[in-house]
Design a protein around this ligand. Structure first.
Ligand code: SF4
Ligand code: SF4
Length: 403
């Protein structure tokens, strides 16, 4: 008996087209068209599955413009697994070589050959330190300029503290730390994480052999490459034995937890720190300041840990933490969307900065490196004096402990 191949987008049939997800969609907020809403995209997937809808450039562009924020999935009463479906749609488009802004030669080269590899990323940030260097490496119009404006400023020193770090308080357990591309883009947050975890009495393992999380590849229609990274990471972290895996970028953690091939025992870092609060609890120096707290989509909609970050920051006396009043809307970063769809990304960042202005804060905290770079760049474009950092950076600075 021959086995029948499952038809594509099978789970899209769960959608009852109620439209409850539509107002939560950031691309719908920007464009106001059904084709740029989750319901519209699910209809397109169903049309492609039956062959009633031909795959043309317009269909591809509406599917490609999805940020993968999964706000729709969170809002859906029918539990449509939209995140998995849009990944399937991207793989469907990529296999048919559909023309998409996210699949240009230069972006693919960046995603496949530079971003996942620490040494190459380090080299790229050196030769790419100048616009002319970037133009030589990435001649595609606009991309080199955009990359340069996104680069963290000032450029952080790379993270190189691989190995095992002993706790600075009586040992209560062990934890593994994922670094990924943050070893080159957000070393300060990794160092802050190390300081806090060790002060919590945790022995921290940071294996040098770990790979990229693969999120950018999965969301760009390359599940094979993403699965290879997942297998590599399973081997490296599995060899450490039973211990939670955490990290400083919620986008990476969401992928490590959610990939179906080899999901790992991931714990979002604020949740982990709260659940293992030593007794007596570590003390923090007071800070009389107002900070706005941005919640990345990967934290809100996938890891479901928005409250824990605010609770942890509540341990700093006198600190006034105001959740960004953005209604839970994506800031527009969306992995490499800030590079492939700069206009849409900038409109959404503009909305986030308008919401920020309402808080009166000039210090913004966010737990995902993509959002941090994107929002900091948008603020620079507006001429705003805004400091953007990871909540752990502030916590580690205020920690009243040696080390
Ligand atoms: S995805 Fe869910 S919320 Fe959106 S239209 Fe379909 S059933 Fe309704
Ligand atoms: S994932 Fe985000 S951008 Fe994409 S359809 Fe859902 S809500 Fe809209």
């Amino acid at each position: 008996m021959s086995q029948s191949t499952p038809s594509p987008f099978e789970q899209a049939r769960q959608c009852v087209m109620c439209g409850l997800c539509v107002p939560h969609c950031p691309t719908y907020a920007v464009h106001g068209t059904e084709a740029d809403s989750p319901r519209g995209r699910l209809s397109m997937m169903l049309g492609l599955a039956t062959g009633e809808l031909p795959l043309d450039a317009q269909v591809a562009s509406h599917l490609d413009a999805c940020l993968g924020c999964r706000a729709c999935e969170r809002a859906c009463p029918s539990k449509v697994p939209y995140g998995a479906l849009i990944d399937e749609a991207r793989a469907f488009l990529a296999a048919r070589e559909a023309p998409m802004p996210s699949a240009t030669t230069a972006l693919r080269a960046l995603r496949d050959h530079v971003l996942p590899y620490r040494e190459r990323l380090g080299m790229a940030s050196t030769i790419g330190g100048t616009l002319s260097g970037l133009r030589r490496a990435l001649p595609e119009a606009g991309l080199s300029q955009r990359l340069l404006t996104l680069a963290p400023q000032p450029r952080p020193a790379r993270f190189n503290a691989f190995g095992v770090h002993e706790p600075t308080a009586p040992c209560t357990g062990e934890v593994a730390l994922f670094t990924g591309c943050t070893a080159h883009t957000d070393a300060d947050s990794l160092r802050a994480a190390l300081r806090l975890l060790r002060a919590w009495g945790l022995r921290v393992h940071v294996p040098r052999e770990q790979s990229c999380c693969g999120a950018l590849h999965r969301h760009a229609g390359d599940p094979q490459r993403a699965d290879r990274f997942a297998l590599d990471n399973r081997e490296v972290f599995g060899a450490l034995g039973e211990m939670p895996l955490t990290g400083v970028s919620t986008g990476c953690l969401a992928e490590l937890q959610g990939n179906t091939t080899t999901p790992l025992a991931v714990e979002e870092i604020a949740r982990l720190l709260l659940s293992r609060l030593p007794s007596p609890a570590p003390r923090f120096r007071p800070l009389r300041a107002r900070v706005a707290l941005h919640t990345p989509c990967s934290l809100r909609n996938v890891l479901r840990g928005a409250d824990e970050v605010a609770t942890l920051l509540g341990h700093v006396p006198e600190l006034d933490v105001i959740p960004l009043p953005d209604g839970g809307r994506c800031c527009g970063a969306g992995g490499t969307h800030t590079l492939s769809h700069p206009e849409q990304a900038d409109r959404l960042a503009g909305m986030a900065l308008d919401a920020l202005a309402e808080t009166g804060a000039t210090h913004l905290l966010t737990s995902n490196i993509g959002c941090a770079l994107h929002l900091a760049q948008a603020a620079r474009q507006r001429g705003l004096a805004l400091t953007v950092e990871h909540p752990l950076g502030l916590l580690a600075r205020q920690l009243d402990a040696p080390g």
